[in-house]
Design a protein around this ligand. Structure first.
Ligand SMILES: [Zn+2]
Length: 73
C-alpha cells in the first residue's frame, strides 16, 4: 500500500469516528414527533426530531391552527 493511500484511509477512518461521536452526542436525547394539523381540510403533517416540542412547533405553518401529536418516541 502506498503512503498516500494509507494516509487517506486513516483520515477517512478518523472522520467516521468523529461522525459517530457527534451522532451519539446529539442522538441520545432526541425524540421523534409526528405532528398533524387538526383541520381535516388542511391535513398538513410534519416530522420533527427534537428534544422537546416548542409551542410554535404545534402551530400548523399552513393554516396556523393547532397540530395534534400523533406519535412520539
Ligand atoms: Zn393546517
Amino acid at each position: 500500500m502506498s503512503l498516500d493511500k494509507w494516509l487517506k484511509d486513516e483520515k477517512a477512518k478518523s472522520s467516521k469516528v468523529n461522525e459517530q461521536k457527534a451522532k451519539q452526542k446529539t442522538g441520545s436525547k432526541l425524540q421523534k414527533f409526528i405532528l398533524k394539523c387538526g383541520k381535516s381540510k388542511c391535513n398538513y403533517q410534519k416530522t420533527l426530531m427534537k428534544r422537546e416540542l416548542s409551542e410554535s412547533d404545534k402551530i400548523c405553518p399552513r393554516c396556523k391552527s393547532k397540530m395534534k401529536i400523533l406519535k412520539s418516541s
